[in-house]
Write a protein that binds this ligand. Structure first.
Ligand code: SF4
Ligand code: SF4
Length: 102
């Protein structure tokens, strides 16, 4: 049986610092919505304005007006579906993911 070699892992203080984006927010210039295969469709009628989707959206694509959700920024939304997943409205959520049409 082969002997297992112990590897000494570096502490977090020794780990080389990774890449840093010095131009944070630059993705706003790109139409990242073109990467999407599913898009979120929001229902004003079913929405209870809990704002959970806004908090969890990784692309800041939930649009807010006067503290209330008013739609999605489909230019930047990548269609991850987190907003639909987190929406607490039952039995039918206030956000549904729908396949993009060509
Ligand atoms: S699908 Fe993802 S990126 Fe698009 S609005 Fe929902 S959480 Fe944001
Ligand atoms: S998570 Fe659902 S109910 Fe809450 S604000 Fe977003 S769409 Fe409305």
């Amino acid at each position: 049986m082969a002997k297992t070699e112990k590897v000494k892992l570096p502490s977090w203080k020794e780990v080389v610092i990774g890449g840093i984006n010095p131009d944070a927010g630059s993705a706003a210039k790109y139409n990242s919505g073109t990467w999407r295969t599913f898009k979120p469709v929001w229902s004003d009628e079913r929405c209870i304005q809990c704002n959970l989707c806004w908090i969890h959206c990784p692309d800041s694509s939930i649009m807010i007006k006067d503290g209330k959700v008013c739609g999605m920024d489909l230019v930047h939304c990548k269609g991850c579906g987190i907003c639909a997943s987190i929406c607490p409205v039952k039995p039918k959520k206030a956000i549904e993911m729908v396949k993009e049409e060509k």
